[in-house]
Design a protein around this ligand. Structure first.
Ligand code: EPZ
Length: 418
């Protein structure tokens, strides 16, 4: 298993380019199942989760051509409407093929995701949404069977709680359902809007994407399309906080500051010298001491749960006590014990973590657990005195394209060791 060896203490200096969004690419790849015509996606990051999704789509019946960050998919027919356990257990987002398969092939057999490091992560809302559209759902041997042999019919779908991939799954089912579908309490994440943009280019009729209520007029078939994936807001936010924790001077380019409003305000409140010279750039300057500012994760446009671990690492360097509250997942504090090994003082009380800064971080051996927790360990290691070895960096490879190259290019002393 690969490790990262990081010598901390060097402020980051220079320019970091942002990749395309992993969490927008995943539903966009699944959407290619909805048509027999070619779908061309630009700016798809070459990360592990994307390769997993591509493998799944090939098993289903797609032919996939990858040229750098451009992926061309053709699905002349659905050969096997299945998502097997061995793939789904490594990537929960495999459930994104459910809606497209039922819509295109009238059936799907998808393994239940099982849990992951950050929580049980069921897909009950995906399933109840499909039932509302007329699919018959059954479960056996750890698999979900969804069938709609006569096709799906538009309906009113209302989610008990906001779900990002649940909204995306139902949106992709509704575009080929007969009649009108309304999705209430829909997720408003930019990745949902990006998917709706792609589906609209394919001929879908969608209103309200990016708001809590999305209306779809079903069509009988969709065409191919070409689409550029939006910038990865979580990657950009991670690099902003990596610059801040090292008191660096960094320009993050090719990003979408308008997708990071809550984080920008929060970091400025904490005293980070963070500015937005134009609508695709964020600039961090050496900020001196940081103020402790409480933060609670919320669905978009609130502070993203995927940036919580990174923010907590930053708050270990603030002068005082801050409260970090995680409202989206039940177990997203896996980074706390690892940060403590590096000298952080953090107390967990249910969904809240009390961070006592400023603590002197020193290098240590730590283990990555989930994708974003690992990113917080990299940040802490960049700020710590001495050497840190991070084990199981495959977690990081799931969602960050060439992270060590991007960080080394701005002065970080980071090596990947086989
Ligand atoms: C998406 O996951 C993202 N993944 C996650 O990013 C992100 O953390 C999450 O949204 C929240 O923003 C992708 O987009 C591929 P949810 P998703 O459904 O859709 C519960 C990363 O690091 N829930 O919005 O799976 C669920 O357990 C990943 O890139 C149900 O109970 O998250 C959670 O507590 C990690 N039943 C809450 O809702 C359901 O049917 C929100 O989950 C669905 C969800």
């Amino acid at each position: 298993m690969d490790k990262f060896v990081i010598e901390g203490g060097t402020p980051l200096q220079g320019i970091i380019p942002t990749s395309g969004s992993k969490n927008s690419s995943l539903p966009a790849l699944a959407a290619a199942l909805l048509t027999a015509e070619p779908v061309v996606l630009h700016r798809v990051p070459r990360v592990r989760d994307i390769r997993t999704m591509e493998r799944l789509l090939v098993d289903i019946g797609s032919s996939i051509d990858v040229e750098g960050e451009t992926v061309t998919l053709k699905t002349p027919a659905i050969v096997s409407p299945e998502a097997p356990y061995e793939l789904v257990k490594t990537m929960r987002a495999s459930s994104l093929v459910l809606g497209p398969l039922v819509a295109r092939a009238g059936r799907a057999r998808v393994s239940l995701p099982g849990g992951c490091a950050i929580g049980s992560r069921p897909i009950n809302f995906h399933l109840s949404g499909l039932e509302r559209l007329g699919a018959v759902i059954s479960q056996e041997h750890g698999y979900i069977e969804a069938a709609a042999p006569k096709g799906l019919k538009g309906a009113r779908v209302s989610f008990d709680r906001i779900t990002v991939t649940g909204t995306e799954d139902i949106l992709m089912a509704a575009v080929l359902a007969e009649g009108e579908t309304t999705i209430e309490n829909a997720a408003r994440e930019p990745e949902v809007s990006d998917l709706a943009d792609l589906l609209t280019k394919m001929g879908a009729k969608i209103q309200g994407a990016g708001t809590s209520t999305i209306t779809v007029q079903g069509v009988s078939s969709l065409e191919g399309a070409t689409h550029e994936i939006i910038a990865d807001r979580i990657e950009a936010g991670t690099f902003v906080m990596a610059a801040a924790i090292t008191n660096g001077d960094v320009r993050i380019t090719g990003c979408r500051p308008d997708h990071l409003g809550a984080m920008i305000v929060k970091l400025q409140e904490a005293g980070v010298d963070l500015t937005q010279p134009d609508d695709t750039t964020l600039v961090v300057k050496p900020s001196g001491s940081l103020k402790p500012v409480d933060m609670t994760t919320e669905e978009y446009p609130g502070f993203a749960t995927d940036l919580q671990a990174q923010y907590m690492a930053l708050m270990t360097q603030a002068e005082g006590i801050s409260l970090v509250t995680e409202t989206i997942f039940e177990n997203r504090f896996m980074h706390v014990s690892e940060l403590a090994r590096m000298g952080a003082t953090i107390r967990i009380d249910g969904r809240r973590a009390i961070v006592a800064g400023r603590s002197k971080l020193t290098g240590a051996g730590v283990i990555a657990s989930d994708l974003r927790a690992s990113a917080s360990l990299v940040m802490a290691a960049l700020a710590a005195k001495g050497q840190t070895v991070i084990d199981r960096v495959y977690h990081i490879d799931r969602g960050y394209e060439k992270i060590e190259a991007k960080l080394a290019a701005v002065g970080a002393n980071i090596q990947r060791v086989e």
